[in-house]
Write a protein that binds this ligand. Structure first.
Ligand code: FES
Length: 77
């Protein structure tokens, strides 16, 4: 699973960097280092729905740390 968290201005203002930290912690906690990659990316072109996350090519809007963790858990089942 490839996760790209937007750290463009609109998303950063809505705590996208916290989501980055949360995913990093989850990768350690759940031992996902092998199959979940996470990186920052520039604006995904959906600023009005910030913060946005691209998971395997699909954009997920209005995310937060808890929602993102839940989404990853759901997709990994
Ligand atoms: S800054 Fe994140 S979608 Fe534009």
């Amino acid at each position: 699973m490839d996760i790209k968290i937007c750290t463009g201005r609109s998303c950063k203002e809505k705590f996208s960097r916290y989501m980055m930290q949360r995913v990093e912690r989850d990768r350690d906690f759940y031992n996902w280092k092998q199959d979940v990659s996470c990186s920052e990316c520039l604006c995904l072109g959906a600023c009005e729905k910030a913060p946005n996350v691209n998971i395997d090519g699909e954009i997920h809007s209005y995310m937060n740390g808890v929602k993102l963790s839940g989404k990853i858990l759901q997709l990994k089942k």
